[in-house]
Write a protein that binds this ligand. Structure first.
Ligand SMILES: [Mn+2]
Length: 320
């Protein structure tokens, strides 16, 4: 890994026009990781652009330094693109292959589409991989970058709750606080700016919770109608599946959301089930404990649940 960090940094030093990019519908890790390098590369005199194909960007991340610099227009001429938190090239929303691509990620399902691939599936967030790269190259972390790296870490670990959280994660968090992060500020920005529309949507969604497989599996539904009635937006659905997983008996929670291009399924597991296997089966991907996919329009919710029940029974088999 240290070799790769050095190689990647050498390439960055040699490049002039650099794009920092993350996957479509970015979460805190995707956007935080891409924005984290912006001030550092600027200071190095690079021409840097942060690209994301999504419009509008999730507003709950608007406190990230340089959030307003993110553009959905890909510049024509550039030497290097660095992708963050993006498991496959098509999720970047870029047509042509970049002249050189550094792929920084922690998804076990990453397809290694870069010229340099720095994939650490043990990392708690892609921002931890960025952090390790900066450390390996003795780069000082300005507070603007630290806030981005820290926010990405908080969002991807469910506020330091997941199995990926270890001594290294806390050491890194402590270091980032030394660099100027105020954890209470980040927490307030992330968790104390809720929208009424989201709470109204939760009420409707929770009403649809259905348990099966002896209470080990829970389904929750979000329809277009619910979104319209409550005035909720897609971002408002982000954490629903996590709170459904919190039911005591549940090992796997699954949210089904009606989207324009099909039914979006989001899977979360608690202790032992590898839900990435199920997501991959439907053309998606993710992690062992958090994964997702989009199933095309030819099925309705009931049919999708039926299919998923079968798959989930299979992955729950033989476990305690
Ligand atoms: Mn991530």
């Amino acid at each position: 890994m240290q070799e790769l960090f050095k190689k990647a940094w050498e390439k960055i030093e040699k490049s002039k026009n650099i794009i920092l990019a993350a996957h479509i519908n970015p979460d805190g890790d995707a956007l935080g990781s891409s924005l984290s390098l912006y001030p550092i590369l600027k200071k190095m005199g690079k021409n840097v652009k942060v690209f994301n194909v999504t419009k509008p960007l999730p507003m709950y991340l608007d406190f990230l330094p340089n959030f307003d610099k993110v553009t959905d227009k890909l510049p024509k001429n550039y030497d290097l693109l660095i992708s963050f938190d993006c498991g496959s090239f098509d999720r970047l929303g870029i047509e042509e292959k970049p002249p050189f691509l550094i792929n920084i990620d922690h998804h076990i399902s990453n397809t290694k589409y870069g010229d340099i691939n720095i994939i650490d599936s043990k990392a708690a967030s892609s921002s931890q991989v960025v952090y390790n790269m900066l450390k390996a190259n003795n780069i000082e972390i300005p507070s603007e970058s630290a806030v981005c790296i820290y926010t990405a870490l908080v969002t991807d670990t469910g506020s330091f709750q997941y199995e990926s959280v270890n001594e290294k994660v806390f050491e890194m968090a402590a270091e980032l606080v030394k660099c100027g992060v105020k954890p209470d500020f980040v927490a307030k920005m992330l968790f104390q700016r809720d929208r009424l529309s989201r709470l109204r949507l939760l009420a409707k969604a929770y009403d649809t919770i259905e348990l099966c497989c002896e209470g080990k599996v829970a389904f929750v539904e979000v329809t277009k109608e619910m979104m319209e009635i409550t005035g909720a937006i897609k971002d408002d659905t982000d954490t629903i599946v996590n709170s459904v997983r919190a039911i005591a008996s549940v090992e796997v929670a699954c949210m089904l959301r009606e989207d324009d291009d099909g039914i979006k399924i989001s899977l979360r597991s608690k202790n032992y089930a590898d839900v990435s296997k199920v997501a991959v089966k439907y053309g998606g991907g993710g992690h062992i404990r958090a994964a997702g996919a989009t199933i095309n329009n030819e099925f309705d919710f009931e049919k999708v649940k039926e299919m998923l029940k079968k798959d989930l029974k299979e992955i729950l088999k033989g476990e305690k």
